[in-house]
Design a protein around this ligand. Structure first.
Ligand code: ARG
Length: 494
């Protein structure tokens, strides 16, 4: 059979350069298993509908199995005479079992619904893999958070020392953000896991296909109703790329935090040497290169979502070859995000907290100024704006952060503000000097008091378990569809 068998109405063969320019063959390897699975399901359905007979389905399924085995063993030849994987597989089947049976595998479908099925199957498995990776990462963060309860740290705004906090509270904020990514994945998944197969080229088919059946066989949650929507829409890809982009943004900021904390100027953490590099010339160097690369590689993921939107924004409705360019983008974004997670899992499970150094930084700063001002509000009913000025004066005139707790110095400022009728209790002042009691005064929900941090940690644990349960349901549904499809295949090829 001639290799360019799709070109029935075209006299000339495709020019080699044009073929090379338009081929997606190398990118299609990413979806080759999905293409085989989609073709198996489509043909089982054709058989069940009486469109192909028992002998034919047996030959087709055996031939598809041969192709899969070749792919498994690295023996499948990516013949560059083909513009993509779909005709290459069809060609292989026809060469193997002849036109009579092989020529029927593409009945009632088009490459347009086929590629969309393949992509949805692939994205679905990539998302499940990513979720699994996310749960492993959050488990590591959870453990770190639990271990570092009551490790005090300064919190920063504008990279200036702001308020007293604790490390666990910080890690909980990372976990919360990451779990929200998983919530979005779970939401997006509902739109991914829909079956476009049966839309054919754009307007359906007169062949008596059964879309509900391929939906079951492939473990989809339902069909994409409209045939144009099935082959023309790419919102499902943009949505996922946007989620990956948002996730990359979080991971980049987390990496930036770690880079800052690992500087000698901060010195809050010690990164394990496995994740750092040295200098060719400065013998003392231990550079956090991997984190810098996360910062840079996350930009690729973020720009990929923009790139994809740009590719489809002016494409009229219908299928156009522009869509082909989305495949390598998706693949790259999934690959990078997983590799970043791999690195961050290692970094967070090996880094050491420098608890003493963080306490020293707290003690060297005026970080408790707001806590002190609030004591004056809570205990002496002084208007907050006035306490802001009082403590501000104290800080301005002081040479040493310890002055913040010097009752005589406080009294002096109060006197300046004509508040000499207050009998200041040193107990209140002492209570904020102690970091634990100081934080425990932060009674607002969500603040880093010991109690709040513990409650929130448990809440995050429950949230993670709920999401894990949803993830399990997703993978279970696929496993069930796979095993029932494989059982049917097994029976048909006997
Ligand atoms: N290689 C194409 C892609 O990745 C497959 C679909 C081709 N369909 C078509 N009508 N040319 O999108």
């Amino acid at each position: 059979m001639k290799k360019d068998f799709y070109r029935s109405a075209i006299e000339e063969s495709m020019n080699k350069y044009v073929l090379n320019f338009s081929s997606s063959l190398k990118d299609d390897i990413w979806i080759i298993y999905e293409d085989i699975i989609g073709t198996q399901a489509h043909n089982i359905m054709l058989f069940e509908q009486g469109i192909i007979n028992k002998k034919e389905i047996k030959k087709i399924l055996l031939s598809l199995r041969k192709i899969k085995n070749k792919v498994d063993n690295g023996e499948f030849i990516l013949n560059e005479d083909f513009e993509d994987i779909h005709p290459l597989i069809e060609y292989n089947v026809i060469e193997d079992i002849g036109m009579d049976a092989g020529g029927k595998i593409h009945t009632g479908r088009s490459r347009n619904d086929q590629v969309s099925v393949d992509l949805r199957l692939k994205i679905r498995s990539e998302l499940n893999n990513l979720s699994n990776n996310i749960f492993e990462f959050t488990d590591i963060l959870y453990k770190l958070s639990k271990e570092s309860i009551d490790s005090y740290m300064p919190l920063y705004t504008h990279l200036q020392r702001a308020q007293l906090g604790q490390f666990s509270h910080y890690i909980n904020y990372y976990i919360a953000q990451i779990l929200r990514v998983e919530v979005r994945i779970n939401e997006g998944y509902k739109r991914i896991n829909k079956n476009p197969l049966g839309a054919c080229a754009i307007g359906g088919t007169s062949i008596n296909i059964n879309r509900k059946r391929t939906t079951e066989l492939l473990g989809f949650d339902g069909i994409i109703e409209n045939s144009i929507d099935s082959i023309s829409s790419r919102d499902y890809i943009i949505e996922i790329l946007n989620i990956l982009s948002l996730f990359a943004l979080h991971l980049s900021r987390i990496s930036e935090d770690l880079i800052i904390w690992a500087t000698k100027e901060f010195d809050f953490i010690d990164l394990d040497g496995q994740f750092c590099s040295g200098s060719s010339v400065m013998p003392q160097k231990k550079n956090p290169d991997t984190l810098e690369l996360i910062r840079a590689k996350s930009s690729i993921i973020i720009s990929n979502s923009f790139k994809a939107s740009m590719i489809i924004k002016a494409v009229p409705s219908g299928y156009f070859k522009d869509f082909q360019e989305l495949k390598p983008i998706l693949k790259e974004s999934f690959n990078i995000v997983n590799s970043i997670l791999e690195i961050l899992k290692g970094i967070f499970s090996t880094m050491k907290l420098k608890k003493e150094k963080m306490i020293r930084t707290i003690n060297e700063s005026y970080i408790l100024a707001l806590d002190l001002a609030e004591i004056l509000v809570n205990e002496y009913n002084i208007p907050f704006r006035l306490t802001h000025q009082i403590i501000g004066d104290l800080v301005r005139k002081s040479k040493n952060p310890k002055d913040l707790f010097d009752i005589e110095k406080i009294k002096k400022v109060l006197l300046d503000k004509k508040l000499n009728n207050l009998s200041l209790s040193s107990n209140f002042i002492e209570s904020i000097k102690n970091l634990k009691t100081c934080l425990d005064k932060r009674i607002s929900k969500g603040s880093p008091s010991h109690k709040n941090v513990n409650i929130y940690l448990n809440q995050l644990f429950d949230e993670k378990n709920d999401l894990f349960e949803l993830y399990n349901r997703r993978t279970q549904k696929i496993e069930e569809a796979d095993s029932s499809r494989n059982k049917i295949i097994q029976e048909l090829i006997l």
